[in-house]
Design a protein around this ligand. Sequence first.
Ligand SMILES: Nc1ncnc2c1ncn2[C@@H]1O[C@H](COP(=O)(O)OP(=O)(O)OP(=O)(O)O)[C@@H](O)[C@H]1O
Length: 292
Amino acid sequence: MDAWQPGCRAESPLVSAVLELRDAALGYDGRVLWSGLDLDVEPGEFVAVLGANGSGKTSLLRAVLGLQPLTSGTLRVGGRPARRGDRAIGYVPQQRRLEPTTPMRAKDVVRQGLDGHRWGIGRPGRVGWDQVARALEAVEATSYADVPVGVLSGGEQQRVRIAQALVADPSLLLCDEPLLSLDLASQRTVTTLVDRRRREHGSGVLFVTHEINPVLPYVDRVLYLAGGRFSVGTVEEVLTSGTLSDLYDAPIEVVRTGGRILVAGIPDTPDNAHHHEHHHDHRGQVQEAAHG
Ligand SMILES: Nc1ncnc2c1ncn2[C@@H]1O[C@H](COP(=O)(O)OP(=O)(O)OP(=O)(O)O)[C@@H](O)[C@H]1O
C-alpha cells in the first residue's frame, strides 16, 4: 500500500537523494566541527543525528537550511544547492514552550509554514487555509485549531509545530530535538507522526536527538558526530562499543537490554576537536545512548 519503502537505497537514477552531502566540512572561526562528511538521505529514509553537546548537530541543520555556509564540500537539497526559504524543507526547530500570551492561534502557527515571514502581507488565500486544515488534521490537532498556541500543552504545541513543518509538503524534514521535555506519550506521538510522514509521503528525515531509544523502531541509519569526526551506518553498525570507542578515542561500552540501548562512558567534556585528547579522565557514568 505504501508508495515508499522507507530506507531503501535508491538504485534507480529516477529516485535521487533528497539530501546529498559530499566531502562536507563545517566550522566556525577556524575550528572544525566536522569534515569529510558524505551522506545521502533517500526519500522515506529516517536518519537520526546523534552526538554530544556542541558536536555540530544544529549547525548541520542550519547548513541544510542555507543559513550557514559549509567550510568546504557540497550540499544539495533535492538536487539543488542549499538556499534559504526552500519550500522542499520542513523544519521543526529546537524550541521551548511558547508563552501563554503568544498572540497566535494554532492554525496561524501552521499557516506560517506556508507564508513564512510574508505573514500579514497580502490576503491569506482560501487554498492556504485548506492546506492548514489538512496539516492540522494529519497531526490530529483539528480540535484546537482556534486555540491560542501558548495555552496548549507541550505535546499539543509540538503537534502544531510538526503540522507547520509539514504544511508545504516537504520532501525533506529536519527535526531538532523535537522530543525535548515531552512525556513518553507525547514523544511517541511525535515519533509516530514523523514516521507516518516518511512512510506515506516519502519525505526523508534528519532527526537530531540526544536519545536514540524513542526513535529506535524507526531509524534506518545513524549519523553520530563526535570529536570533529563522525560515523554513519545502521544502529547495529554505529552504536557499538567498538565504533563509539574509536570515535571518542575513549573506552565506551554499549549495552542492549530490554529492547533499549544504553551507553556507558561518554566523556562529559564539551565535545570538540581541540579537547579530543583530554577525554580520557571523564568516564564511568551510565547514560542513555548518545547523551552528551
Ligand atoms: N554562529 C556561530 N558562530 C560561532 N560558533 C558557533 C556558531 N554557531 C554554533 N557555534 C559553535 O559550534 C559548536 C556546535 O554548535 P551546535 O549548536 O551545532 O552543536 P549541537 O551539536 O547542536 O549541540 P547541542 O547538542 O548542545 O544542541 C558549538 O561549540 C557552538 O558554540
